[in-house]
Design a protein around this ligand. Structure first.
Ligand code: WTA
Length: 653
């Protein structure tokens, strides 16, 4: 075990080769890595030329004032034209772009020709409302086609959108609107959530009231989705169906510079106010489009479905931009996976014959908890590639996903990337990579990832350290909106001497050099001088048949510095787990990883505190484990979870 490395004590040696048939017809083959390594900029220039340019670029990368990059310098294009119009011009106007499935069961198919009309009308309408190139638009919507249409319309007119997740509060909306000075808010009366209409427009009103006279917002454009009554301010509010539906389907667009800002996506930092991550046009679209095509092996007759919300970066790159830039057909689903029943996702896959499916490990673990008999009731044979994103996937969840959803043969692409990276960075390729459950495997072609020690020196195989990206990439963030200094400080100061981008994640290389993500570096524990990854211990716990989900934190300990504290949700089939479950789970971790990793405490809980994007808020669990007052829980999807956990804990003492 290396002194500086993060210990990798667990064993996972299963390897899944790509299915021969898929490999034989894959969009990219093994030679792509060499090609990209030999001429990295040439490789990205080729990827960029899959787009349609108004004016070709004359320089691939300008890195003369790092860390401020300019990609495809001198080029001009229109992002929305690339995502929509050009497919219609190429004769694919009748192809379905979006199979929309509303939670109540309503459906709507939009072809590329229809999408072009809708985006053009919306573009005309927002210009009519005074939006000009460079202006900001906040989008606060349920998962309905108008969310995608609004984003593409914004891109079409050269405005900069900031999508605020519909589950966020009016406070969150207000701070984002204020930070980027949005002139227009696009929202809906509401959407459907767990079988009921859930309103949105009142939160916009609250946000504007909070901003008061300082509000930069001139208009609120409201889509009618639920038909419920909404408060109305005739000076500001405008119905979508009144202005968009009346607009012309003929919209003359301009071509914008490669580096024209496309959107700002706010992401929470560990402290302080959210950071507005800025992405620009051509580099972002190049990598979103190319990775979609290569990572999912997208073919013209595929039906793709990403279960993310457009309020997250995944929804930007792999719903709104990547798939449409490739002329793909995709499913857009409004609701939750268990409304009206726990087989809803699998029913949609069977119905729409989904072949490429992209979701998050937390969702897979939830489905595992519900039991494999639920997906077994549906015909999932159309699926050929499965993807995950958001956190490392525990080997047990991986194998469950592969067996029960992928029919035992569909390859799984475990894609590591971030809001900041804009698109996939480390991932297996489905027709190339022999994948190991739990590992994101290899840097994407043209991406240079490394694992380094404290001094910035690459670690050897079998060792752990910090994940860095050593060279700029096309879809990299360009800055933090309005705060260049914070951009430099947050991402480029840790390994300043080397000029590396520090991703904030710990990682290790296994004996074959494959990359395993170990969670945020602040999730790494130090127990008696051994650095242990929360993720590895969580994986070990979840590999026990009684455990559905697990979260591990390092809590202060007088003797060992930190001690491992585990919170587990038991599977329904495990009943209450019996009296000895705690001892059984401690021993199990000891056996899987080693005695050093045995949790000091295992607490059986009914729920785990998660943000709305599904990330476990370990900070709160640490408070519980260290017997502290639980800190700010306002970004939790369900704030009552903390009460449930603390109530259970005091009962246990
Ligand atoms: C984590 C989501 C392990 C990681 C696209 C990263 C992952 C953060 C993976 C970014 C993965 C994402 N394996 N960890 N496949 N994918 N992460 O900005 O810690 O919401 O830094 O972007 O999620 O989260 P974000």
């Amino acid at each position: 075990m290396s002194e500086h490395g993060i210990s990798n004590l667990s064993r996972e040696d299963r390897v899944f080769e790509p299915p021969a048939e898929l490999a034989a017809q894959a969009n990219v083959t093994a030679d792509v890595y060499d090609r990209a390594a030999q001429d990295r900029l040439g490789f990205w220039a080729d990827a960029a030329r899959r787009l349609t340019w108004g004016t070709d670029f004359d320089e691939v990368l300008d890195w003369s004032s790092p860390p401020f990059a300019q990609w495809f310098v001198g080029g001009k294009l229109n992002v929305a034209y690339n995502c929509v119009d050009r497919h219609v011009e190429a004769g694919h106007g009748d192809k379905v772009a979006i199979h929309f499935v509303g939670e109540p069961g309503d459906t709507r198919d939009l072809t590329y020709a229809e999408l072009k009309d809708e985006v053009s009308k919306a573009a005309n309408a927002i210009e009519e409302l005074g939006v000009e190139s460079g202006d900001r638009i906040a989008i606060y919507m349920p998962m309905i086609p108008e969310a995608v249409i609004a984003m593409l319309a914004s891109a079409r007119v050269g405005a900069v959108h900031t999508v605020v997740f519909g589950g966020f509060s009016s406070d969150a909306l207000a701070s984002r609107v204020e930070d980027c000075e949005a002139k227009l808010v696009i929202t809906a009366d509401g959407g459907y959530r767990r079988g009921k209409p859930s309103s949105l427009k009142p939160a916009v009103d609250e946000a504007l009231a909070k901003l008061g006279d300082a509000s930069p917002v001139e208009n609120v454009l409201v889509v009618r989705r639920t038909g419920e009554d909404v408060p109305w301010n005739g000076d500001v509010d405008v119905w979508w169906h009144e202005v968009v539906d009346e607009s012309s389907t003929d919209h003359r667009f301009t071509e914008f510079d490669s580096e024209h800002p496309l959107f700002v996506m706010y992401t929470s930092g560990t402290t302080g106010k959210p950071k507005g991550i800025l992405h620009t046009s051509a580099g972002y679209l190049t990598q979103a489009a190319y990775t979609f095509w290569a990572t999912f092996d997208h073919k013209d007759d595929d039906v793709y479905w990403c279960t993310a919300d457009v309020g997250w970066i995944t929804g930007h790159s792999y719903i709104t931009y990547g798939p449409t830039a490739n002329g793909a057909t995709q499913v857009l689903y409004e609701g939750t996976p268990d409304t009206p029943h726990k087989g809803r996702w699998w029913e949609i896959i069977a119905d729409k014959k989904v072949s490429l499916f992209y979701t998050a490990p937390t969702a897979i673990r939830t489905c595992m908890k519900w039991g494999e008999q639920i997906p077994a009731e549906h015909d999932l044979s159309s699926l050929r590639v499965l993807g995950t994103v958001g956190e490392s996937i525990n080997p047990e969840a991986y194998v469950w996903y592969r067996e029960n959803i992928g029919g035992g043969s569909a390859p799984i692409v475990d894609t590591w990337w971030q809001t900041e990276t804009g698109a996939h960075m480390i991932t297996p390729l489905p027709g190339v990579t022999a994948a190991k459950p739990g590992s994101a495997m290899t840097a994407f072609p043209g991406v240079t990832a490394e694992v380094v020690d404290d001094a910035g020196t690459p670690v050897g195989n079998g060792e752990g350290g910090y994940l860095v990206i050593t060279e700029p990439w096309p879809s990299m963030l360009r800055t933090i909106w309005g705060d260049d200094d914070r951009y430099v400080e947050t991402y480029w100061s840790r390994f300043k001497a080397q000029g590396y981008y520090f991703a904030g994640d710990g990682a290790k290389k296994d004996d074959d050099g494959a990359i395993w993500l170990l969670g945020r570096v602040d999730d790494v524990m130090n127990v008696s001088g051994h650095r242990l990854s929360t993720t590895e211990i969580e994986s070990a716990l979840v590999s026990h048949p009684k455990v559905a989900e697990a979260a591990v934190v390092g809590a202060a300990d007088e003797t060992t510095g930190q001690a491992v504290c585990a919170f587990v949700i038991l599977r329904e089939s495990a009943g209450d787990g019996g009296e000895d479950v705690v001892a059984e789970l401690r021993n199990h971790v000891g056996k899987e990883i080693g005695p050093i990793a045995k949790p000091r405490q295992v607490m059986v809980v009914p729920e785990l505190p998660k943000t709305r994007s599904g990330k476990i808020m370990r900070r709160l669990l640490r408070d519980v484990a260290e017997n502290r007052e639980v800190g700010d829980a306002t970004t939790l999807a369900d704030s009552s979870v903390v009460d449930l956990i603390t109530a259970g804990m005091s009962g246990a003492k």
